[in-house]
Design a protein around this ligand. Structure first.
Ligand code: ADP
Ligand code: ASP
Ligand code: MG
Length: 404
């Protein structure tokens, strides 16, 4: 039995016309004798709208109710897809996460799939049915509805491919594949034929929304090859696979960037052991993700400055938590909104010296000031003024000849 998992993102099911269109993609695989499992996201805009509603109800909306609320968009999309397939004469039905069931672990809003009980869905497939499974949602051991973090339908598709031993997993989206950078920011962005899990994970974690980072971890751990392609044009996309399957590596594979970051600097923090932990503990307890962190050397050995970045949506909460934190003392707090992190990613930089220098030099030539720097083995990130992101991405795209 050749099982194939087809995942459709929000824009691919964003209108009734699009749902009709992707239903034809589904039937084309059925006609090729594949047993198809469809995974769908919510129609574009629906999840955001539900989240906004929760915010209007409370700025501290109960997280288990949040999951019940925001997962509902997927239910609508799946019913519409199976309804269309029924209309075309195919046997199809929707399956909500808990009906499969897709079992998750972890906290609400960011659960991870741990197992999928496939018996009933499998029997349905064997009987010629096309199951349309809701992405993004599952059920936990307390029988509560959970969600998998934003963009989590990607993870649903990959874990379904794993548990059903699928031959293929195709992620249909609104771009033609994975590009050297977001094709919506520069026309020079070039489609990548094959990319390794490691590089894709970095690109996604550093802002490339095209794939959810957790889903790439799942794919890498389970060695699932992923095809990312357009739901509008039938042309080859990008294969996300293990490094061994890729024969040529460029120094830099891609450039990612974030959009809504803020920088917080605490001036004159007492420099003694445990201070950084006291600052970050309440943030961690409130599920606030701290990204770049830099601590200056203290000139007098007593006081230091500490800088970190957070998502702008968390800024008010962070400010409150820091100001109400009795365990720390500091002279002043400086906040810079509207900063962005731009990162270059590539396994090639491990063996090529001078990449950091080239990046900094290219940015400085364009008068782009670097506020914070962080590096790892296969990426270099810089924090800059948000207004300069497009310019910085284009500059680096040229510098590392990514359009070639
Ligand atoms: P879906 O609704 O199909 O899940 P997403 O909106 O989550 O789609 O992801 C697709 C978007 O990711 C594209 O429209 C594009 O703007 C963005 N994107 C960011 N970086 C990249 C990249 N390197 N390659 C392709 N797309 C990217
Ligand atoms: N609908 C969810 C979201 O917008 C999940 C997804 O799109 O993958 O985050
Ligand atoms: Mg997505």
């Amino acid at each position: 039995m050749k099982i194939i998992v087809l995942k459709f993102g929000g824009t691919s099911v964003g209108t009734i016309e699009k749902i009709k269109k992707i239903s034809k993609i589904v039937t084309s695989f059925v006609n090729k004798k594949y047993k198809v499992i469809v995974v769908s996201s919510a129609m574009s805009g629906v999840t955001n709208d539900l989240i906004n509603k929760s915010r209007k109800i409370s700025d501290n909306f109960n997280t288990s109710e949040y999951d019940v609320l925001v997962s509902s968009g997927e239910q609508i999309a799946c019913a519409l897809i199976s309804g269309r397939l029924n209309h075309l004469g195919y046997k199809s039905r929707s399956w909500l996460g808990w009906q499969v069931p897709i079992v998750t672990e972890g906290t609400h809003r960011s659960s991870r799939i741990v197992s999928i009980f496939k018996k009933r869905v499998l029997a349905y497939i064997k009987n010629g049915g096309i199951p349309i499974i809701t992405g993004f949602q599952g059920v936990n051991f307390e029988n509560r509805i959970t969600t998998l973090e934003r963009g989590g339908s990607d993870a649903s598709a990959i874990m379904i491919a794993k548990f059903f031993d699928a031959e293929k997993c195709i992620i249909y989206t609104d771009v033609e594949g994975i590009f050297t950078t977001d094709p919506n920011i520069t026309k020079k962005a070039k489609k990548i034929d094959k990319i390794s899990y490691e590089e894709m994970l970095e690109m996604a974690s550093l802002g490339a929304k095209v794939m959810q980072p957790a889903s790439i971890q799942d794919a890498r751990l389970n060695r699932i090859n992923i095809d990312v392609k357009s739901s509008f044009k039938n042309i080859p996309g990008t294969l996300i696979t293990k490094r061994k399957n890729i024969n040529k590596n460029k120094i830099i594979t891609g450039i990612s960037f974030t959009k809504n970051d803020s920088k917080v600097t605490l001036i004159g923090v007492v420099d003694k052991p445990g201070v950084a932990a006291s600052i970050f503990e309440p943030l961690f307890k409130n599920a606030i993700n701290v990204d770049m962190v830099v601590q200056n050397i203290s000139a007098d050995g007593n006081k230091t400055d500490l800088t970190f970045t957070v998502k702008s949506e968390d800024l008010n909460k962070v400010e409150k938590l820091i100001k109400n934190n009795k365990k720390i003392r500091f002279k002043d707090i400086l906040i810079t909104k509207n900063v962005s992190k731009v990162s270059i990613i590539g396994v090639g930089m491990i063996t090529t010296p001078g990449v950091t220098y080239r990046m900094f030099k290219a940015l400085s030539k364009k008068n782009i000031n670097i506020q914070v720097i962080s590096t790892s083995e296969i990426k270099i990130s810089v924090l800059i003024n948000k207004k300069l992101v497009t310019k910085a991405v284009s500059t680096l795209h040229n510098e590392f000849k990514l359009e070639k």
